[in-house]
Write a new protein. Sequence first.
Length: 276
Amino acid sequence: MTDIHPTAVISPKAQIGTGVRIGPYSIVEDDCVIGDDCVIDSHVKIARYTTLGPRCRVYLGALVGEEPQDHRFTPGTVAWTTVGADTTIREYVTIHRSPFAERYTRIGSGTLLMSFVHIGHDAQIGDRVTIANQTAVSGHVIIEDQAVLSGYILIHQFCRIGRLAMVGARTIIRQDIPPFCMLAENECVCGPNVIGLRRAGFDSYTRSAIRRAIKTYFFRGLNATNALAEIESMPMRPPEVDHFVEFIRKTERGIMPGDPELAALGIRSADAEEKD
């Protein structure tokens, strides 16, 4: 049964699913779609052209799909924000739609955005991504599935963060982070995201191949061309390694550096994990 507080302001042009709960003083504007069984707390604004998938949870003070902070935006521009099913948006998160007509800001399914996270216009956030408190994601950033970002991170516009990457707290991301990598708080890649790979259910062969690819690219002293060629010469390499290579080949901003001083710690740690 849908339950809308009498002080909530719901546009007659919005589509509200079954079993939705909307708290006091929240606003749902024109042309919004709220999926079945969503829960929207008090003082939330779901701005125009926003779609929430089923079972989303939006906490106090969040702002979803608002006009972008961009001089190029013209009032009346039709651009959309979409949020996948089972996503959680915690207190005072802000998500902005595109300043460009017919463009999307996308948040995937099963994603967790913790308190005070900002998602800039045209960002593309994958499924089951976790972004911790106070992290700011600039416009046009791409974050692939299952990445984990700690708190207080600043991400430059147009950067990409690969699948199952893990990023340490208080870092500034100026370039791309390849899939499966761990970025330390000194803003250098220190090895594979071993725990993340295990939790994702990769077998030991795939984990070992990913570890070898990361070691070859970041910690062997090879230039990018030679490192990628050596990785591609690996026999019977799993598709995850091909994704790692293709991600790097498509970079436009460059790749965050590896730290040789952390390499021994990162790779030895991964080797130890593989022997467990």
